[in-house]
Ligand binder design. Structure first.
Ligand code: PLP
Length: 437
């Protein structure tokens, strides 16, 4: 209550805007996960690793546009890319040299990838990839993992939150998830049992659970999934919407040295602009999207959309990935900074009777108030009492100039614009929060 009253004192404009928003936006939000109690701060602008709310409060941002802003808010190259794009047009709707050049770059930097198609979001990329995997294998079943988030597309909108079964949303008939099987994360045996029972088209994997708590795969797990997929004649799909260009230039495939058959991209692939998504694979799979061919006597698998290949998103994405490719060395430093932050957070937790755990790898950092280190989404959420702790922590951090999402799942997706000093400050504030509770 003390923190809440301080918060209200500091954020009167946000409160006013939230009251107005409730009339015209359901829940007063543009996306329900952006809500926190008693009302969210309304952010007016961002620069580098920081954002400012409508009351003029400054925060170091650890949400970074849902993880899309790997170079921070508004890096110089973004402005240049947008200017260049607008000289072309806000939208062309024709084949254009910019999309071609970006596809050529992606083929160079993503392991095993020979062709790509752009989509308008990570959700959409997953949706078309499901169709593609089914078309390629001639099978229907998809295995996905508990806690993995692939966006709101019907066939993958299951097994995200407890009890990890049944549709995740109203308006989602049981029939639409009939061919989706859910297995726990970090349990290759469970996946193996499913592929033995069902004709599985693809094993859908978020290589590091993002929204499920920033939980890293155990050593050998992804490689086991590769073996299981190969033996079953199923495709291994990596949803790299978070891990792509974050863990390494070549994403989780490069970071863990495990090849996927299809890679799904989003967020960073758009360089911070909306309409960011892509599916990428070898030519033999992608040719199912080729209008000049009907491969292996089959019909094509559909993919398309008004804004695909839009010059603004394509150019911001291109310049971002080109910058990362030209400065490949930054990944070692970036990962080592956040690995060390995770270790230090863990030490703070350990020194207080293991009240919490730091999970993740590289710049995907999760903090969990659980009895033991969570290896799965289920374990991350098993303690109901911790919900209140997360809420208070969120409020405490925000009052100390640190913002992240979500209110009930503390995970950080810092950018390369965050400095060691920012990281030190995070640890200092977090430690003082632990002292308070
Ligand atoms: N896949 C993963 C791993 C994600 O984290 C997200 C979004 O958070 C999505 C897919 C959906 O992407 P989008 O929100 O762009 O539709």
């Amino acid at each position: 209550a003390r923190l809440a009253s301080e918060y209200e004192k500091r954020t009167p404009r946000s409160r006013e805007l939230f009251e107005r928003a409730r009339r015209v936006l359901p829940g007063g939000t543009t996306y329900h996960i952006r809500f926190f109690k008693p009302y969210p701060v309304f952010i007016e602008h961002g620069l580098g690793p920081r954002v400012w709310d409508v009351d003029g409060n400054e925060y170091t941002d650890y949400w970074m546009g849902h993880g899309a802003l790997i170079l921070g808010h508004c890096p110089d190259l973004l402005e240049e890319a947008v200017r260049k794009a607008l000289k072309a047009s806000s939208h062309l709707g024709y084949e254009n040299p910019y999309a071609l050049e970006y596809a050529e770059l992606l083929v160079q930097v993503l392991p095993g990838v020979e062709q790509v198609r752009f989509t308008n979001s990570g959700t959409e990329a997953n949706m078309y990839a499901v169709r593609l995997a089914r078309a390629y294998t001639g099978r229907k079943y998809i295995i996905k993992l508990e806690g993995a988030w692939h966006g709101g597309y019907d066939a993958l909108h299951v097994g995200v939150t407890p009890p990890y079964e049944g549709p995740e949303s109203l308006g989602l008939p049981e029939e639409s998830i009939k061919y989706t099987l859910v297995a726990p994360f970090n349990d290759a045996g469970a996946v193996e049992r499913l592929v033995k029972r069902y004709e599985v088209a693809a094993i859908w994997v978020e290589p590091v659970l993002g929204a499920g708590g920033g939980i890293e795969p155990e050593p050998g797990y992804l490689r086991e999934l590769r073996r299981i997929a190969d033996e079953a004649g199923a495709l291994l799909v990596f949803d790299e919407v978070i891990t792509g260009f974050r863990l390494a230039l070549g994403g989780a495939q490069e970071y863990y040295n495990v090849k996927a058959d299809i890679v799904v991209l989003g967020k960073i692939v758009g360089g911070g602009m909306p309409g960011a998504g892509a599916i990428a694979s070898r030519a033999e799979v992608m040719e199912l999207l080729d209008q000049l061919k009907r491969p292996k006597g089959r019909e094509r698998s559909f993919h398309g959309g008004t804004f695909t290949g839009n010059p603004v998103t394509i150019l911001t994405g291109y310049h971002t990935v080109k910058h990362l490719a030209d400065n490949r060395g930054v990944y070692a430093e970036f990962n080592s900074l956040w690995d060390s932050v995770r270790r230090r957070i863990q030490e703070e937790c350990e020194s207080r009777d293991n009240i919490c755990w730091a999970t993740g790898t590289g710049s995907i950092v999760g903090i969990h108030f659980t009895r033991k280190r969570p290896r799965t989404a289920r374990e991350a959420l098993e303690e109901r009492w911790s919900n209140k702790v997360y809420e208070v922590m969120h409020m405490y951090m925000r009052l100390n100039g640190i913002l992240y999402m979500t209110e009930h799942m503390a995970h950080l997706l810092p950018s390369m614009a965050h400095s060691r000093r920012d990281a030190d400050r995070f640890i200092e504030v977090f430690a003082s929060f632990l002292d308070e509770i």
